[in-house]
Design a protein around this ligand. Structure first.
Ligand code: GUN
Ligand code: ZN
Length: 452
């Protein structure tokens, strides 16, 4: 039996990079004012103007009316640590102290399956509540933290990438693995999860300081033998970190060179941060086809620095957008866009709403080589969707009422929007989040402020 329905409402999707100008490149945006998405068995069977599609629909097809909303592809987060959910908003440290004081002690708790299960479910609830349907996720060094995450994501029908952290030095006993153990665990997890349903495996050496040369080398060997695997790590986030890497790897000419020596820099590699890269490092990353995950809320929170997005663009280096929770302060793609805009303002390179929403959807899908599956609304694509509500709050409704065009409406959403603006989230053709109808902004006026 097929599982089918029609979603009717305004549709917005990107066909290509809209560029950096106020007006998007011609042909880069698909916007249908009264559109229709015919979903069947997890995919988009047809997309078009409602009036054109309506005569071809089978009798009795359920129609979901989103005519006062805006339907977009589900958002994508290219770098996030699910295991750090509960240490978000831990006060006042830069990277290395923050890792030692808050992060490593919390990650030690993921040896316990029950804790991992609890956090994995809470993380996915929150992620879907913010309209994010795919993420590339750091677990901890404990294989059970990966098994529980993938199990929870699979049960919800989500497309997710994740991996076991590899770290064999400079961390508490409860977190360090060994070269052989880390490799064996990764290989077992790859066999169990990579390509299972909508899941993919990302090799995850934490960052250069917590892996020995031997561990980085072993990771590179796995990647060479299985080029369809992903790789994620951190790079050039913080000045103290960069100095430490230079001490630990004196043979390397710069931070990126450490990863290059071991074959970790390729088209499926995501490097979080890259704030303090040299022009030469940007050029080498671009040549390898790797991407930098720009994590603006995290960079501001840890005081790491201002990421020069346009310098990367000029070098031909692909930049994706990410939350980096738990150093990031918000899982919401809106918060990431707002902070990216603010960082851009300080560097005289403001982010347009076109460019921002392109990055959150098709741009991030391309960075992760997932654009054949997700990131756009197109026939045959997987039905991962976010339904946005431009009237979500009284303020947003007032501001939206003032707007004259789609660009202004999108920009208002990017700056004023949060999880309340996510009316519903769909994954693989199924409703996976519906904003709480009893929330105050949804209640009829006579109920607001009264006891339940
Ligand atoms: N560098 C190494 N580990 C981490 C981490 O967990 N978060 C951030 N922001 N940077 C890191
Ligand atoms: Zn990170």
């Amino acid at each position: 039996m097929t599982d089918a329905r029609l979603l009717r409402g305004p549709l917005l999707s990107f066909l290509n990079d809209p560029g950096e100008n106020d007006t998007p490149e011609s042909g880069s945006v698909l916007h249908l004012e009264d559109g229709a998405l015919w979903l069947e068995d997890g995919r988009i069977r047809a997309i078009g103007d409602y009036a054109e599609l309506a005569p071809h629909l089978p009798a009795g097809l359920e129609i979901v009316d989103y005519r006062d909303k805006l339907i977009m592809p589900g958002f994508i987060d290219t770098h996030v640590h699910y295991v750090q959910l509960d240490i978000m908003a831990s006060y006042g440290r830069q990277l290395l102290d923050w890792l030692n004081e808050y992060t490593f002690p919390e990650e030690c708790r993921f040896a316990e399956r029950a804790h991992a299960e609890n956090v994995a479910e809470a993380f996915l609830d929150e992620t879907l509540r913010t309209g994010t349907t795919t993420a590339q996720v750091f677990c901890t060094s404990h294989p059970v933290s990966v098994d529980t995450f993938f199990t929870a994501a699979r049960r919800r029908g989500l497309r997710m990438l994740a991996g076991k952290v590899l770290m064999d030095r400079h961390a508490p006993d409860g977190l360090v693995d060994t070269v052989r153990g880390g490799l064996a665990d990764s290989e077992r997890l790859i066999a169990d999860w990579h390509g299972t349903d909508r899941l993919g495996y990302t090799l995850t050496p934490r960052f250069a300081p917590t892996s020995s040369r031997e561990q980085l080398d072993a990771t590179g060997a796995v990647l060479r033998n299985a080029p369809d695997l992903y790789l994620q790590t951190h790079l050039s986030e913080n000045r103290g970190e960069i100095d430490w890497v230079a001490e630990l790897f004196p043979e390397s000419r710069d931070y990126l060179d450490v990863y290059e020596r071991y074959g970790l820099v390729g088209p499926r590699s995501t490097f979080a941060h890259g704030i303090h890269l040299s022009p030469d490092e940007r050029k080498r990353l671009a040549q390898a086809g790797a991407n930098i995950a720009f994590c603006p809320t995290s960079n501001l929170y840890l005081g790491s620095g201002l990421f020069d997005r346009l310098a990367c663009r000029e070098a031909g280096l692909n930049v994706s957008l990410a939350s980096d929770v738990g150093a990031g302060t918000d899982l919401s793609g809106f918060a990431t866009l707002k902070a990216a805009y603010q960082v851009g303002q300080l560097l005289d390179q403001p982010l347009t709403a076109w460019q921002g929403f392109y990055r959150l959807t098709l741009g991030n899908a391309r960075a992760l080589h997932l654009d054949a599956h997700i990131g756009s609304l197109r026939e045959g694509g997987e039905a991962d969707l976010v339904v946005l509500d431009p009237q979500a709050t009284p303020l947003l409704a007032r501001r939206t009422a003032r707007t004259q065009c789609l660009a202004e409406r999108l920009f208002a959403l990017m700056i004023l929007g949060d999880d309340r603006a996510v009316y519903a989230t769909w994954a693989h053709g199924r409703l996976v989040h519906q904003r709480d109808a009893s929330a105050p902004h949804d209640a009829p006026p006579d109920r607001i402020g009264q006891p339940a």
